[in-house]
Design a binder for this molecule. Structure first.
Ligand SMILES: CC(C)(COP(=O)(O)OP(=O)(O)OC[C@H]1O[C@@H](n2cnc3c(N)ncnc32)[C@H](O)[C@@H]1OP(=O)(O)O)[C@@H](O)C(=O)NCCC(=O)NCCS
Length: 327
């Protein structure tokens, strides 16, 4: 067995391994629905483009049998998806690939390293625990479907944030927006930097980034995807994968008011543009985010568990909001 860096030409094989391995695991977990939707070329291309230098493929004579993809945002990195073809499982391939990614990342100055996995897969919980990862928290998907006449609550509009889309800005404006993304990320967690994620989301045409301004100063942003993830999926869902808020001052009350204002603004904007579903990814540590969304009619419809390496935990500053997806 040989472990090597991932190439874009691995795309079809990776899609195949992922389908077979995850469907097998869903069956093992006793799920009724075991079919894994077919990932679009667009989403797979974006995954493979993220950080190929830390992402690996395991090969045997007949070709690739496993892969471990990695994503890095400044000093924060996470692994996923990871899969091994079922007949090759249990022989150390998964462990070797994950260890290769961790080793490649360790000396590069990262301070946070982890992954998200299915909380009901005891096999995965065991696998990652034996690799030295610890449980941090659940991450939830909270979603809402809008039908004709669905109302968007205006409650958050009292403290108004101005929301500006990156796609609307040109040249110098885009550069200053990207600098704001770096600065806000660093305020949320030192060294964290979502700039590459913003650029990749734009270049792969998966979605866009919206900056939030308070009295003319950028205090937050969201990176969202509007393109379907699966070939079977119909256009119309917005996935808010990342949302950061780091206001200069104010207590929890101010933070919650700003968050509600941002959520209100996003809901209104996306519903007005004709989208019929919005999904927020919420690490449960950010309780107010979950509570605001529940109050606004969102429902929990998916959970993962986030795990991190013992010596590389998450370390957000107090007084911020950091919604993120490691998947
Ligand atoms: C999770 C997965 C990548 C692990 O890969 P793998 O090649 O089977 O794992 P390894 O053979 O390297 O096993 C590593 C450890 O897990 C343990 N393990 C393997 N199979 C196991 C099983 N059925 N039950 C419990 N532990 C198991 C091994 O004992 C080994 O422990 P050790 O090295 O400390 O002795 C693979 O099972 C898979 O593709 N699963 C389906 C897709 C999935 O769920 N991916 C992860 C999503 S986050």
């Amino acid at each position: 067995m040989n472990i090597r860096a991932v190439h874009t030409e691995d795309a079809d094989r990776i899609r195949r391994i992922m389908k077979v391995a995850f469907e097998d695991e869903y069956r093992r977990m006793g799920q009724k629905q075991t079919r894994l939707p077919t990932m679009t070329d667009q989403l797979l291309g974006y995954y493979l483009d993220r950080t190929p230098e830390y992402s690996f493929v395991a090969e045997k004579k007949g070709g690739a049998v496993g892969f471990c993809l990695v994503c890095r945002w400044g000093t924060t990195a996470w692994m996923g998806p990871i899969a091994v073809l079922p007949p090759a499982q249990g022989t150390g391939i998964g462990r070797s690939m994950v260890e290769a990614s961790i080793a490649a990342l360790r000396d590069t100055g990262i301070t946070t390293l982890g992954l998200e996995t299915m909380p009901r897969s005891y096999r995965n919980l065991q696998f990652y625990s034996r690799l030295g990862l610890n449980f941090e928290q659940l991450t939830l998907d909270l979603s809402r479907v809008y039908r004709n006449g669905s109302e968007v609550d205006d409650g958050g509009e009292r403290q108004r944030l101005e929301l500006v889309s990156l796609a609307d800005g040109m040249g110098a404006e885009q550069e200053s927006a990207l600098r704001a993304v770096t600065a806000i990320s660093d305020l949320v967690s030192p060294g964290l930097d979502y700039r590459s994620e913003v650029e990749l989301t734009g270049s792969h045409r998966l979605g866009d980034t919206i900056l939030a301004f308070l009295d003319g100063t950028p205090v937050g942003f969201t990176i969202f995807h509007t393109e379907p993830y699966a070939k079977e999926e119909i256009h119309g869902t917005v996935r808010i994968n990342t949302l950061l808020l780091a206001p200069p001052s104010g207590g929890e009350d101010t933070l919650d008011r700003l968050l509600e204002s941002m959520i209100t603004g996003l809901e209104k904007r996306f519903v007005a543009s004709g989208f019929d579903a919005i999904i927020f990814r919420v690490p449960v540590r950010y309780r107010s985010a979950r509570n605001i969304l529940l109050r606004r009619g969102f429902a929990i419809n998916h959970s993962d568990v986030r795990m991190t390496c013992d010596d590389l935990p998450e370390a957000d500053r107090p007084g911020v909001i950091h919604l993120s997806k490691w998947e």
